[in-house]
Design a protein around this ligand. Structure first.
Ligand SMILES: [Zn+2]
Length: 390
């Protein structure tokens, strides 16, 4: 079948704009900040069961006192020879959406400015539900569809980190969770680690025994002044974000915690930069009679999906099929995509066009919301076309 024939797909046309908008507004109003996703899960259990999914929850939440685990939902295809395709996003919002009053102006959905909108990422959830409904209603053939919906993503991909990956049956998929307009395809994400440096000098009182004192602050200051930070090269970033220490203004501080993080598309460059930061602080401690204890904490691994990967090719074709221009890009931001890829679920991040997320100015255009629904449908169709037996 040619691309032209697909562009008039009855399933894409079946995406109902009013229904999708209402679905999004319903979902956005459900209060479900991180670790308190039970009301969202309850809504999804009902909606997904009606759409013919079988559902399972894992116990990830028991690791962090959340209300509910990750939701893994499976819908059989009309053709079981097609490899299953998953769609993923997170169920939590960064802040509450309680008492959300949506305001629609010039085709863009906002809150009234007193809460976030929750477009990150209720927009994707709504699009997946409407997309699967359109596929089912139109009766087009399709392969098995899986939804992998995580909890506690916003504070640092925690639900995905503790996910029971044995529950997922598919191996490849997509995550709509980025601010680019629909058509954005993120092929590459960074490695990231935190570095914790406990700098020790010697505490003393300025009036009683100052001669015994050795300021940990001054040691740390020397270390920081000799540390390359910021943009290290075009694929590596480094930052110090935490300085914690001190007791009283009259006490020479005996210790201070200095912490930061490094991100890089290259694992080698990440390690080199961490080593550089460690050495700068070690040297400052040695020069000044102090000590430093270093701890490196991995945040997540990078991913790098080839341009000729079937996931990339499929989303490029599917975008064209809904008259959206696909564009390939990369990000130094972290997402569930990093964690899923590391755990054997190969996936890409796709743009769904929300803006100003994590703020009360958050918004999404109706066009991007609808296109997210349409692209979900087009992906399921294109995936089938690519894999069906000739
Ligand atoms: Zn998100």
């Amino acid at each position: 079948m040619s691309k032209n024939q697909l562009s008039t797909s009855t399933a894409v046309e079946q995406v109902n704009e009013e229904r999708l908008l209402n679905l999004f507004l319903d979902l956005a109003k459900i209060n479900g900040p991180s670790m308190k996703e039970q009301p969202v899960a309850d809504y999804l259990v009902k909606a997904l069961t009606e759409l013919g999914f079988t559902l399972e929850f894992d116990n990830a939440h028991k690791n962090f006192n959340g209300e509910v685990g990750n939701l893994i939902a499976w819908k059989e295809g009309t053709d079981s020879s097609i490899p299953p395709l998953f769609f993923s996003t997170h169920m939590d919002t960064v802040l509450p959406t309680e008492k959300l009053q949506p305001v629609i102006k010039d085709g863009v959905i906002y809150s009234d400015g007193t809460t976030i909108l929750g477009a990150d990422d209720r927009a994707a959830l709504a699009a997946y539900l409407e997309g699967v409904r359109a596929i089912t209603e139109s009766g087009v053939p399709h392969g098995p569809i899986e939804l992998i919906l995580t909890v506690n993503e916003q504070p640092g991909l925690i639900g995905a980190t503790y996910m029971d990956y044995s529950k997922a049956k598919s191996k490849v998929g997509y995550i709509f969770d980025s601010s680019g307009d629909v058509g954005q395809i993120i092929l590459k994400g960074p490695y990231s680690s935190r570095i914790w440096m406990e700098v020790q000098g010697k505490a003393a009182h300025i009036a009683l025994n100052a001669e015994e004192g050795n300021s940990a602050f001054l040691i740390a200051a020397e270390g920081l002044l000799n540390m390359k930070l910021g943009t290290i090269d075009e694929e590596t970033l480094a930052n110090i974000g935490i300085l914690e220490g001190g007791e009283l203004t009259s006490i020479i501080p005996g210790s201070v915690t200095v912490a930061g993080e490094v991100r890089s598309f290259s694992k080698e460059k990440l390690e080199l930069q961490l080593k550089h930061m460690e050495e700068a602080m070690q040297k400052a401690a040695e020069n000044n009679g102090g000590t430093v204890h270093i701890r490196i904490e991995k945040k997540y691994s990078g991913f790098d999906i080839p341009k000729d990967h079937v996931l990339t090719k499929t989303v490029e074709s599917a975008s064209l099929n809904i008259n959206v221009k696909p564009y390939l890009t990369e990000t130094l931001g972290g997402a569930d995509t990093n964690v899923l890829n590391e755990n054997g679920l190969t996936c890409l991040t796709l743009g769904n066009g929300f803006q100003n997320i994590h703020s009360f100015r958050e918004c999404i255009s109706i066009e991007n919301l609808i296109n997210t629904g349409k692209l979900t449908v087009a992906l399921i169709e294109q995936w089938y076309e690519t894999h069906k037996q000739a």
